[in-house]
Design a protein around this ligand. Structure first.
Ligand SMILES: NC(=O)c1ccc[n+]([C@@H]2O[C@H](COP(=O)([O-])OP(=O)(O)OC[C@H]3O[C@@H](n4cnc5c(N)ncnc54)[C@H](OP(=O)(O)O)[C@@H]3O)[C@@H](O)[C@H]2O)c1
Length: 363
């Protein structure tokens, strides 16, 4: 399912209409969008350093829409003339319309098509979000193509530009839940074809960065939290609908999508050659059992668990992120409170489960 916010129905977009929202609660998609796209001063400062246009590749998914609008609002706050171009295949025309209503230019292209990629607009600042994870079991070749050919075409097209490319915490193997979490210089020896294709995505960017002296940042993201998808959304929905919660993979890291998007944009400031590599998530280690128990208390509904906590999980150390870009602003308590209210009120679900409990690398 494509990202189709309810607000796509509105003919034009009026930011002043949502200024009234109280940050302590997020009752609908308009309020969610406002909170996810409100720029902080650090971002307003950084955005002044970006030449126009800012090109976002793979923008039509879960993160791209609010990332583009966050950049646009930051540029407006800085009085900086920055055109933002969202590139995706845009199978769903509503997604395209959603961007355009918010002043973001759209460009339909398939990054697997070398010629289409060569025809993309020139830019000195490129964000790369495209990727494929789910469906790998059914069609592993498509996952490898998406995660290798598209990065190669992109790096060739934007040789010499600054590229901030999304990777994933899945590039690491499971680590001890008692340890520090995976660090950026740990070996990339994960389990399963998706995770190994994600390693290949990084290696191809790295290879072409070296060959073409392109400054880059590779961001290994672990679990962005929107209220319409994400690991907290998945756990809350299980508790609300009395579906047992699997605690086999007992711990995780996650980060508010607004914070993740801010870091993605601010990462232009640390682009380097060879590429800078950063884990991107919040430092807290969340216990699946504790989070589910908290939702159970908030819903006043019982929770049932299945499985037994393993002594390993996918966890990342965020020391480098804190040192280079700071700490995420949004607390776990806020994310849990907002998610509980969202699920209780029947808020939209993108129906894109994270499958956070997968331990065999099969997606
Ligand atoms: N969200 C998370 O929690 C999370 C966690 C870890 C890592 N990440 C990484 O962060 C990146 C962004 O996350 P996301 O959640 O926004 O991913 P997403 O929902 O999968 O969005 C990526 C979008 O890229 C577009 N795309 C894919 N192949 C393309 C192609 N060949 N040409 C043009 N566009 C293409 C697709 O939109 P169209 O169908 O319109 O083309 C897709 O919706 C992903 O690469 C992912 O690996 C995300």
């Amino acid at each position: 399912m494509d990202f189709v916010p309810m607000t796509a129905r509105a003919p034009t977009f009026d930011w002043t209409a949502i200024a009234q929202y109280n940050r302590s609660e997020i009752k609908d998609e308009l309020a969610l969008e406002e909170v996810l796209t409100r720029p902080r001063p650090e971002l307003v400062e950084l955005i002044r350093t970006l030449d126009s246009p800012l090109v976002i590749l793979g923008a039509g998914g879960k993160m791209g829409p609010t990332l583009a609008v966050l950049a646009r609002r930051a540029a407006q706050a800085a009085s900086h003339p920055l055109e933002i171009v969202a590139v995706s295949r845009f199978g769903n025309p509503d997604t395209k319309q959603w961007f355009e209503q918010r002043g973001v230019r759209t460009w339909s292209a398939d990054l697997l098509d070398r010629r289409a990629t060569e025809s993309l607009p020139d830019s000195r600042n490129v964000i790369y979000l495209a990727g494929q994870k789910f469906g790998t079991q059914q069609n592993p070749a498509a996952t490898w193509a998406a995660n290798t050919l598209a990065p190669a075409h992109t790096a060739e097209r934007y040789s010499g530009a600054r590229i901030v490319a999304l990777s994933t915490g899945n590039v690491y193997p499971f680590v001890s839940i008692k340890g520090r979490g995976a660090r950026e210089d740990d070996d990339l020896t994960p389990l399963g074809e998706y995770a190994n294709a994600a390693v290949a995505r990084e290696r191809i960017f790295e290879h072409l960065a070296a060959k073409q002296s392109t400054p880059m940042v590779l961001l290994r993201l672990s679990y962005a939290i929107d209220l319409r998808y994400g690991v907290l959304h998945d756990i809350a929905r299980s508790v609300w609908h009395s579906v047992p919660v699997n605690v086999g993979s007992g711990c995780f890291n996650c980060i508010w999508q607004g914070d993740a998007n801010e870091f993605i944009l601010r990462a232009f400031g640390i682009a380097a050659n060879p590429p800078a590599t950063l884990n991107l998530t919040a430092p807290s280690v969340c216990s699946v059992r504790d989070v589910a128990t908290r939702f159970s208390e908030l819903f006043d509904r019982p929770v049932r668990f299945i499985g037994t906590e393993s002594d390993t999980a996918l966890l990342s150390d965020t020391t480098q992120l804190s040192r280079m870009l700071g700490r995420p602003q949004t607390s776990l308590a806020s994310m849990i409170g907002w998610t509980a209210q969202w699920v209780r009120d029947g808020g939209l679900s993108l129906n894109k489960p994270t499958h956070f409990d997968v331990r065999d690398g099969k997606y």
